[in-house]
Design a protein around this ligand. Structure first.
Ligand SMILES: *[C@@H]1O[C@H](CO)[C@@H](O)[C@H](O)[C@H]1NC(C)=O
Ligand SMILES: *[C@@H]1O[C@H](CO)[C@@H](O)[C@H](O)[C@H]1NC(C)=O
Length: 347
């Protein structure tokens, strides 16, 4: 399934393929030129192209078959593009109290302890989310990756999508339908909000300055990974960069009007991946904790070179359909007036 927003990106970039062709070829390194030529025509090439499945494997259980099946050169290059917003491996020890002992005096102590504890709680919510999220993650795998399992967890009542920061005036439709839905479980809806807000607050630590706004960060695509059924969301930030003759000469339609998103290096970081914990397929246990990672698509990296289709390399868009079966889009929209009011709309 393709959302309106990504469709507009796709079309825009298809139309300007000739313009961007020079970008996508000139920045290739020797390694990627070699690896992107077809294996049959160059049997001497030892390094295959990275696949979306390689990427997901590296974010799965370390001991399982999967990671070891990834070519080590590819694994190293993929890992060099991971910018974790939450440490990949759960820490078992709490460092908050030991940090405090080193501080001498002052108002900062209480604040720092609170900050440390807040971060630790957030980390844990990514590694081991609340029960309703775990249930959905297990359902996804047990159903064999059936998106119907996700659809059945959603309350069918349609909720009209109101104006979002003046979008109606600009004739901009941000969502693929004029109405959205919510999960039956309020905790699932709350968890989605938590993900959007955590990405916004932690992004800058890895160089992703992101704002929850209709031009920048408001949506993600919930998918079930092809081979494992693992539940995930591919978020896209920097959705509508402002038109600029020099740096971003693309018209993207009504939703771009008035954009204050500048096209700069932080575009490289616009694909953000959340993966739910992976349940064991034979027991009640879990084989992998949850993951929250920014995928760095800088032009000299393997994500840009091997995983992003050439016609959208300029926009750095990694496609959700390449990761698995897309069940729904999740939107987090500011439907408030003067006072911001962010709400979830599942479309
Ligand atoms: C999932 O399947 C699609 C379509 O068959 C394919 O393009 C994509 O690469 C696959 N992704 C993974 C992670 O295997
Ligand atoms: C763009 O506008 C939003 C909403 O007014 C604001 O929060 C954000 O900081 C602005 N971003 C930039 C890059 O100026």
């Amino acid at each position: 399934m393709v959302s309106k927003t990504s469709l507009s990106l796709r079309l825009t970039f298809l139309l300007s393929l000739s313009l961007s062709a020079s970008y996508s070829t000139c920045s290739h390194s020797f390694l990627s030129l070699r690896s992107s030529s077809s294996p049959s025509s160059s049997p001497s090439s030892p390094i295959p192209k990275a696949t979306p499945s390689d990427l997901l494997s590296l974010l799965g259980p370390a001991t399982a078959h999967s990671s070891s099946s990834v070519n080590p050169v590819i694994a190293g290059r993929l890992r060099s593009c991971f910018r974790f917003l939450v440490p990949f491996s759960p820490r078992t020890t709490s460092k908050c109290s030991s940090v405090n002992r080193k501080l001498i005096v002052g108002d900062g102590v209480q604040g720092r302890r609170a900050e440390c504890e807040r971060r630790r709680d957030e980390d844990r919510l990514i590694w081991w989310p609340p029960e309703p999220v775990l249930e959905l993650a297990r359902l996804a795998v047990d159903s064999g990756g059936d998106v119907g399992a996700i659809h059945r967890a959603i309350d069918p009542t349609p909720i009209a999508v109101p104006d979002v920061e003046g979008s109606k005036e600009d004739r901009c439709e941000l969502t693929r339908a004029p109405y959205g839905r919510r999960f039956i479980s309020e905790e699932l809806n709350a968890y989605l909000k938590f993900l959007f807000e955590l990405i916004e607050s932690r992004g800058s630590a890895v160089g992703l300055d992101v704002t929850l706004s209709r031009y920048d960060f408001f949506h993600g695509h919930l998918f079930l990974a092809n081979d494992t059924g693992r539940l995930g969301i591919l978020f896209h930030a920097k959705e509508y960069p402002s038109y600029d003759k020099e740096v971003f000469p693309y018209y993207m339609g009504y939703c771009q009007t008035g954009s204050n998103v500048t096209y700069d290096d932080s575009m490289n970081l616009r694909n953000i991946l959340w993966l739910a914990p992976l349940p064991s397929s034979s027991t009640n246990s879990w084989v992998s904790p949850g993951v929250l990672v920014v995928l760095d698509a800088r032009p000299d990296g393997i994500i840009y070179q091997d995983l992003i289709p050439e016609y959208v390399q300029f926009a750095r868009t990694l496609y959700e359909d390449d990761l698995g079966d897309v069940a729904v889009d999740v939107n987090y929209l500011n439907v408030g007036g003067l006072k911001p009011n962010y709400q979830i709309f599942i479309c």
